[in-house]
Ligand binder design. Structure first.
Ligand code: HEC
Length: 103
């Protein structure tokens, strides 16, 4: 739970510095397991965007083992990522940009 709060503060701090290149972050780190709108190994971004906040997404990236349990997954298959703050912001915006496009 402490991590959730930390990520929330972090995202507030980062809202100014936006020069979105989330697609690159996505292709570098996430593409093997997530697709934008199709189900891959992990859920599609469109589905994630429809039910999660920026804070939840960032908490999941930093601590999937802990957060996947809170999200209701029985097992955790996603590895943690240590992204730079700007990359974290970019990938979060990128995921949330799919909010309207999926189900
Ligand atoms: C090795 C495969 C793999 C990689 C790489 C990966 N993920 Fe995941 N992701 C998963 C799986 C599987 C789940 C389902 C929960 C679990 O098993 O932990 C998941 C779940 C998530 C969730 C929560 C889904 C929900 O229910 O809201 C988010 C957010 C997420 N991933 C974002 C990312 C981002 C961003 C990246 C790149 C930085 C990434 N993932 C890279 C496999 C992966």
């Amino acid at each position: 739970m402490g991590k959730l709060i930390l990520s929330f503060l972090l995202s507030l701090f980062l809202t100014q510095s936006c020069n979105a290149d989330g697609k690159k972050v996505f292709e570098t780190y996430c593409w093997g397991c997530h697709h934008q709108t199709a189900v891959a190994f992990g859920p599609p971004f469109a589905q994630i965007a429809s039910k999660r906040s920026a804070e939840e997404i960032q908490a999941m990236i930093a601590d999937p083992a802990g957060v996947s349990k809170i999200f209701g997954y029985k097992r955790n298959a996603m590895p943690p990522f240590k992204l730079k703050p700007i990359e974290l912001k970019e990938i979060t915006d990128y995921i949330l940009s799919y909010k309207a496009k999926g189900k």
